[in-house]
Design a protein around this ligand. Structure first.
Ligand code: ADE
Length: 231
């Protein structure tokens, strides 16, 4: 299984290093994912490669023009079928682990990153299938949000994370936060690790971890606890 993600941006260099390091780089090298970054400027035809204009009706900020984005998305959509054409924007629906799970099963996804004040609304009306925000705060552009989503999605693609179990036991996968983890040494600056972790009793360890997860979730994220009860 392999997933293709096309990311459209007017500042593609912002995307380069996170996509070309560590786990995301390895996923592409292993053929588990293909991430293709497109510079929206390449789809302009004027001498100055203009991608943005002031808003009709006045006001601050610049708006990304429709023509280059339409041309880019339409040329991609003519080559393959896309499961979703996502616009990352602070006024979209909130990105969740559940969405990451769903998107990780897709074959082809486009992520359009906005910049400046926003994009011409006709792009949203005609081309975009989902509008997604990574949280209630405003970023300077959609690139970081697109990267956050790409990272969360790709690590769920089978084979991307070495230890197959580890993605499934993450925080949020079953509505609970993760438990504390320890490694060597067993005592550091007077702080000892919990005895149970040295007991060798796997049943007791599993029980302790489950209790810790519940306690942490109740303490830090009551909302997740309530949601779990409703399910
Ligand atoms: N662009 C600007 N802010 C954003 C946010 N919070 N989520 C997604 N895209 C954005």
């Amino acid at each position: 299984m392999s997933i293709r993600i096309d990311i459209l941006s007017v500042v593609p260099r912002l995307l380069e290093s996170p996509l070309n390091e560590s786990i995301l780089k390895r996923a592409q090298e292993k053929g588990l994912a293909e991430i293709v970054v497109h510079d929206i400027r390449d789809y302009t035809h004027d001498k100055h490669h203009i991608v943005d204009e002031p808003p009709y009706g006045g006001g601050a900020g610049m708006i990304l023009k429709p023509e280059p984005i339409f041309e880019c998305i339409e040329s991609l959509a003519a080559q393959r079928t896309y499961d979703e054409i996502i616009y990352v924007t602070a006024d979209g629906e909130q990105f969740t682990q559940r969405m990451a799970n769903q998107f990780s099963l897709a074959a082809n996804i486009i992520i359009l990153c906005g910049h400046y004040k926003g994009i011409d609304d006709r792009i949203r009306q005609k081309l975009i299938t989902r509008e997604i925000s990574i949280g209630d705060y405003v970023l300077t552009g959609g690139e970081l949000a697109g990267l956050v989503m790409t990272d969360a999605i790709l690590r769920l693609v089978p084979g991307v994370i070495g230890d197959g179990e580890s993605a499934l036991t993450d925080s949020f996968q079953d509505g609970l936060l993760d438990c504390p983890h320890y490694t060597r040494p067993p005592e550091f600056r007077g702080m000892k690790i919990p005895d149970v972790l040295l007991s060798g009793n796997h049943k007791d360890i599993a029980l302790w971890r489950e209790e810790q997860r519940k306690a942490r979730t109740a303490e830090r994220r009551r909302d997740l606890m309530e949601k779990k009860k409703e399910q």
